[in-house]
Design a protein around this ligand. Structure first.
Ligand SMILES: [Fe+2]
Length: 570
């Protein structure tokens, strides 16, 4: 079957993914084409076109379209939402209860527009409406390769649900527990993210990066998010979390005046300061403790029998949380969808629909599912750019020598990555052994907060020695404690708490990147490079050679290894 997944239903992170006979052949986020981060209010028309072109298909070849939103999910749980909110927020309660057809029509219009703008004028495929959290769970379970697994999906909120806990076997995902908004771990974390001075639904990873600098015990958030043992669930305080307009400190922010009164004004600037570092630490701690509580309450029996956990939803991008999950005695194998946020809904909905239609879903072994460009396509762009460039006999050899000498190198090769992490095809690389490498990357191109860590990519053959773990980690979705004897050797890859968020590079899935690191290892005896995404601050990851040249021109980057070419400024 040829199943096209499109996303996303909530006005951000539009994407498309295509499964042919159970195998993901293409997946991409619209932001990479439109060059607007998170593709707000865009439909994924360029992404759909790319998916069809990659597979050599026409719209009429598509058997079904899958979308990660379902009216049934909204209807089933609207009473629960109504009773939960009609005192604290009556207007939201009534809106959600009575306007669900309006919501449905909005989603149907989004799908119709996407298909129309993607060339589906005559052919109208069958639409599979997949519950939002089932799509998240499916994006992890079906692509994990596990036969049986416990599944966890946590985000800000889908149709109405914010947390789904379940089990999966064969083609079925069954629910064990659902938690309905406004009780929402994702919204709690996003609200705190905004209060801490970052953009919500974007800067959550910065709160996570800030957390190790603070002391979680110095701030009490128990009145904002707490565990209710009688109901065996968590609760959020409606006076603090994603508050209605009447309670907001500022109309465009979702934290409340009460929050300001209690903790002080919203954090500003790029520095680390008290009490905000402690608030970040307490926020992270709440997320971790509550998730572990959910796991132990609802999944203990399930995990005792096989130990496989699949995790997705926006909160699954929190690598520090995943580190805690991975350390839990019930969890033997953890698989996290690399695109766990709403962009991953396209791949999840498509995988779920394909499985229901009888396809066997192939595990997702790599993320190289986006556009690629040949030397013949790259060279004219370089010629037109006016930059000095040369064709190298061995670009890996050239780039590894530059890295050895402490140079920062843009690395553009093969198919662009699916998901927010650069995994060696659209990367900026540096030498982790030279102190100051991260500062230089920040100074010439990234301009990010100086306290935020950079991630390492390491050869699979040495990963267990560096990380003290054999657990697969191909997608930068987990943090690990760095072994003491490596901390001094790769200081630029280690965060202040002694952890790193690695990509373990397997030759099978990215031979060119593996070879580059191998050559660097040969020259330095260190099998690790610093790897951050190829883009400037606030812009989506680079997609095309034209994007790369524009970024190169407007940044302080001096070397760009693109295809077999090395572009130089000096
Ligand atoms: Fe979601």
């Amino acid at each position: 079957m040829k199943i096209l997944g499109i996303a996303a239903p909530f006005g951000h992170d539009a994407s498309a993914a295509l499964l042919v006979d159970g195998k993901v052949v293409a997946a991409v986020e619209e932001e990479r084409f439109s060059r607007r981060k998170h593709a707000k209010d865009e439909c994924p028309r360029q992404s759909v076109k790319f998916c069809l072109e990659t597979a050599g298909l026409k719209p009429q070849d598509i058997d079904a379209v899958a979308f990660p939103w379902a009216l049934s999910a909204l209807r089933q749980r609207r009473w629960e939402y109504f009773f939960r909110t009609f005192v604290s927020n009556p207007s939201r309660a009534y809106k959600k209860f009575f306007r669900n057809m309006k919501e449905y029509r909005g989603q149907a219009a989004f799908i119709a527009r996407t298909l129309r703008e993607s060339g589906f004028d005559k052919h109208q495929p069958q639409i599979h409406w997949i519950e939002h959290h089932i799509a998240h769970a499916a994006s992890s379970y079906f692509l994990s390769g596990f036969k049986t697994a416990a599944v966890l999906s946590i985000d800000g909120g889908g149709e109405i649900t914010s947390t789904l806990i379940g089990r999966a076997e064969g083609a079925a995902i069954s629910k064990i527990k659902e938690i309905v908004a406004p009780d929402s771990l994702g919204n709690f974390y996003s609200t705190m993210t905004e209060y801490l001075g970052f953009e919500r639904e974007d800067g959550e990873y910065k709160v996570m990066g800030m957390a190790p600098y603070g002391d979680a015990w110095k701030v009490n958030l128990d009145h904002i998010l707490w565990w209710n043992p009688r109901r065996r669930t968590y609760r959020c305080n409606d006076d603090y979390v994603w508050v209605p307009r009447s309670k907001r400190a500022r109309p465009d922010k979702v934290y409340s005046r009460k929050m300001i009164k209690e903790f002080g004004p919203e954090r500003e600037g790029d520095e680390l300061n008290v009490p905000y570092i402690h608030i970040a630490a307490a926020t992270q701690r709440k997320l971790e403790d509550t998730t572990i509580r959910l796991l132990e309450t609802y999944l203990a029996q399930e995990l005792k029998s096989h130990g496989n956990l699949c995790f997705a939803g926006g909160c699954a991008l929190n690598v520090s949380l995943n580190r805690i999950l991975l350390k839990h005695p019930l969890v033997k194998n953890l698989w996290v969808q690399p695109s766990s946020h709403d962009a991953g809904g396209s791949i999840g909905a498509a995988a779920y629909a394909a499985a229901q239609l009888g396809d066997k879903i192939a595990p997702m072994e790599h993320v190289y599912l986006g556009p690629e460009f040949t030397n013949a396509q790259i060279e004219p762009v370089l010629k037109a750019s006016g930059f000095r460039f040369e064709k190298c006999a061995d670009i890996c050899e050239t780039a590894s020598s530059l890295l050895k000498d402490g140079k920062i190198v843009g690395w553009f090769q093969g198919r662009m990555e699916w998901g927010p992490r650069a995994l060696g095809n659209r990367s900026i690389l540096g030498n982790p052994t030279i102190r100051g490498t991260n500062d230089r990357i920040n100074a010439i191109i990234k301009f990010r907060e100086s306290w935020r860590p950079f991630c390492p990519s390491m050869l699979k053959e040495y990963a267990s020695d560096i990380l003290g773990s054999d657990h697969p980690a191909p997608f930068m979705t987990f943090a690990f404690d760095v072994a003491p004897h490596w901390k001094e050797r790769i200081p630029e890859a280690v965060h202040v708490d002694g952890t790193c968020r690695p990509q373990v590079v397997d030759e099978r899935h990215n031979p060119k990147f593996h070879r580059l690191i191998s050559l660097f290892h040969k020259k330095t005896r260190v099998p690790v490079v610093i790897n951050t995404s190829l883009n400037r601050r606030g812009e989506p990851m680079i997609c095309s050679p034209q994007d790369a040249i524009l970024m190169f021109r407007e940044s302080g980057l001096e070397y760009l290894a693109i295809g077999d070419y090395l572009v130089k400024k000096s």
